[in-house]
Design a protein around this ligand. Structure first.
Ligand code: BJW
Ligand code: ZN
Length: 250
């Protein structure tokens, strides 16, 4: 352990010599901005399981309820800003030749923090898409509607996000799998690692012999498999990692 004691010498050595780093983030990184997570005690949605609302079936059987859920979340996002964890990942990006930030989050907070290369696995809440013809609508004023607007084809508009049973954007998943298989260090940050295929990424990185470090406030489904588990709030721990890395690139 170092004087800092949070990070092992091995982890810091790997980080300082890494050419390629991949990071997977989940709802936990945005929790300190005030965005509710999906699961666990802190999850505001514990009265709704995501598996019950984030599906096409739920949307088609009760479009107004699902639209309302997203309207509420869009409202929250108007009032929040990136936290120290997002900013630390932005700073980390500058330190490596190759850095891929893969996020399951749909909140756009990494981009707002200034991260340049962000791979969005589950879409983005700011856009809407026709459930029938797939046409994309960028007009954010549609968010204000109390029920889902309709497309010119008469299909219902829904947020352009990935629900259970739906495929992830092919380009995003390709980039994510490539980054996991080709990185020297992989960081799994603020995710419960129970939703696939995202949850495969740290396991793939391990298979390809990357050093895999998990950051979470509590152990998760993959904690026993990773190279190192670092317990703490990402808004506190990630800035310390950036500081320990020192100035410059590796
Ligand atoms: C902190 C903190 C702080 C708090 N600091 N930490 C293989 C095996 C088994 C099942 C499947 C499989 N492959 C596919 C499946 C089915 C399914 C699946 O995974 N089901 C599981 C639940 C079992 N997957 C799918 O359906 C996916 N599609 C797919 O595979 O397509 C191919 C296919 C098609 C048809 C048939 C079969 C295959 C799609 C998954 C889409 C997930 N979508 C959602 C909603 C997105 C839109 C929205 O936001 O509304 O994505 S669900 C929800 O979960 C959201 C999240 O991105 C995702 C992950 O959650 P996340 O980010 O990990 O959040 P939490 O709340 O779970 O965890 C937060 C963590 O932070 C916790 O650990 C806290 O401790 C921690 N934390 N504060 C650090 N301050
Ligand atoms: Zn349409």
């Amino acid at each position: 352990m170092t004087e800092n004691s949070l990070f092992s010498n091995e982890f810091l050595r790997k980080m300082k010599s890494a050419k390629s780093v991949a990071v997977l983030t989940g709802a936990g990184i945005s929790a300190e901005s005030g965005v509710p997570t999906f699961r666990g005690e802190e999850g505001l949605w514990k009265k709704f399981k995501p598996e019950e609302l984030a599906t096409v079936d739920a949307f088609l059987s009760n479009p107004k309820l699902v639209w309302e859920w997203y309207r509420h979340r869009r409202q929250i996002l108007k009032e929040v800003k990136p936290n120290a964890g997002h900013l630390a990942l932005r700073d980390l990006e500058e330190k490596f030749e190759k850095f891929t930030l893969i996020t399951q989050n749909i909140d756009g907070l990494h981009q707002r923090a200034g991260s340049r290369r962000v791979v969005e696995l589950h879409g983005n809440i700011r856009r809407n898409r026709c459930q029938n013809c797939g046409r994309i609508y960028q007009d954010v004023s549609l968010e204000e509607r109390e029920k889902p607007p309709t497309c010119t084809c008469h299909g219902l508009l829904r947020p352009d996000v990935v629900w259970f049973g739906e495929s992830l954007p092919p380009e995003a998943i390709d980039q994510a799998f490539y980054a996991a298989a080709h990185c020297d260090v992989f960081l799994s940050v603020g995710t419960s690692a129970v939703v696939y295929p995202a949850a495969y990424l740290p396991l793939i990185a391990l298979q390809y012999l990357a050093y895999v470090v998990e950051f979470n406030i509590e152990p998760t489904a993959i904690s026993h498999q990773v190279s190192e588990f670092i317990q703490g709030k990402t808004g506190q721990v990630l800035p310390q990692l950036v500081k320990m890395m020192g100035p410059g690139t590796s």
